[in-house]
Design a protein around this ligand. Structure first.
Ligand SMILES: *Cc1c(COP(=O)(O)O)cnc(C)c1O
Length: 392
């Protein structure tokens, strides 16, 4: 069997980005409002153009983008915001940070929003955040129809689904606002960073000012000057701006986005086909309108006891492959019962059952097909060893 590749390393930084960082360091101009041609402003223009939205604001993280989106919606204190029960802890945290209350929606064993539970809980909510978790897109036609009918704004948490499309449209452009992450383990790697996109000029104007465009720094944004002027001195400044160097790291990677998306999808589908041959593995299919951009694979273990499931993780680890089962790995930040800061422990049996059987393996776009084979074979071998072992 081919050697297992390094799955944990982040995407390497292109030479063009290093040259640009070097140039910026020599000028010392690391503040986005230090000049009119800041790489941050250029990134905003290029990103909104690439995704097909009118406006973009680059900020310090996707968490900051989610927080500013909620603040810009002007929700009353303690407003309920629906979020999926399967998401990263940053999402309920952003809701709490914005003085709102997260209401958790069940997710099915295909990792997507359970539409019946969504519909039941919607009337109680003032806003909705949809996390396309690990790039798995929920049924956005159904969600947008329900939310539009009830006049409830949708924020898309597309932190980990840049490049995914729904009916030919980019994820992050379907709701009122879309938020993305440039943290190292997402498709574009700046270490840290985030960006929000929207077509709503009032929302972006408020977010720009709150992100820290103090005094007249909003004038350095090449758009929307009447919308900005209206909010002068009327909003708090949370200072969540993006550093110039992070933008310089990302801009050359934007050109590689298309090829990374293609390679990631090829790798995912190759491994999924191999794994689906096992009667103990099920890889949920993508929805018909969804074109995914995966950099990892998720699959469910079927007809296995808790003991067998845990043994499988140990056996894979002994073979050199890190497999995580969300609900059975200690303190996993994507597991709702670990979000004890929420102060309640909601009963969500569907999501719980899924988390207890759903495996997570990184599958970066840079792998070749031989390396993908090594990953698939290792998973199947660990499973075989587990199922042949006598259990007590
Ligand atoms: C990574 C991630 C976030 C948080 O992004 P940051 O830029 O680290 O704040 C939020 N939601 C999802 C689904 C993520 O994967």
């Amino acid at each position: 069997m081919a050697k297992l590749p390094n799955l944990t390393a982040a995407e390497p930084i292109p030479d063009a980005a290093m040259a640009e960082v070097d140039r910026i360091l020599r000028t010392g101009d690391l503040f986005r409002y230090g000049s009119d041609q800041s790489p941050v402003a250029l990134l905003e223009a290029e990103f909104s153009q690439a995704l097909g939205s009118k406006y973009a604001l680059a900020v310090s993280s996707c968490s900051a983008a989610l927080f500013l989106s909620l603040k810009a919606l002007d929700l009353p204190r303690d407003a309920k915001v629906m979020i999926p029960a399967f998401t990263f802890a940053a999402v309920p945290s952003a809701v709490v940070h914005a003085d709102c209350v997260p209401l958790l929606c069940e997710c099915g064993d295909d990792y997507r929003i359970d539409l019946a539970d969504f519909e039941n809980k919607l009337a109680d909510c003032r806003a909705v955040i949809i996390s396309h978790m690990r790039g798995h897109t929920s049924d956005m036609d159904a969600i947008m129809a329900l939310c539009d009918a009830a006049d409830i704004p949708v924020i898309e948490d597309a932190a980990h689904s840049l490049g995914t499309t729904w009916a030919g449209r980019n994820i992050g452009t379907l709701g009122k606002v879309g938020c993305f992450s440039f943290q190292s383990y997402k498709l574009l790697n700046a270490g840290e960073g985030g960006i929000m996109i929207t077509d709503d000029e009032d929302l972006i104007a408020k977010a720009v000012i709150m992100s820290g465009a103090y005094e007249h720094n909003w004038q350095r944004h090449p758009v929307l000057h009447t919308a900005f002027a209206k909010w002068q001195n009327r909003l708090p400044l949370y200072n969540q701006r993006l550093n110039t160097m992070s933008a310089a790291l990302i801009r050359p990677q934007l050109d590689a986005l298309g090829s990374r998306v293609k390679a990631g999808r090829r790798n995912h589908d190759h491994v999924a086909a191999a794994l689906n041959g096992s009667k103990h593995i099920s890889v949920p299919r993508s929805l018909p309108k969804e074109q995914r951009a995966p950099d990892s694979i998720q699959f469910n273990l079927v007809d296995m006891s808790d003991e067998q499931v845990d043994n499988f993780v140990l056996k894979a680890g002994a073979l050199g492959l890190k497999v995580q089962i969300f609900g059975r790995s200690e303190d996993n930040a994507r597991v709702f019962w670990n979000w004890k800061f929420l102060g309640n422990n909601p009963d969500l049996p569907k999501t719980r059952a899924m988390l207890d059987r759903a495996c997570d393996v990184r599958l970066p776009a840079r792998l070749n097909l031989q390396e993908c084979d090594a990953v698939a074979q290792t998973i199947l071998e660990a499973l075989d060893l587990t199922m042949r072992a006598k259990t007590s």
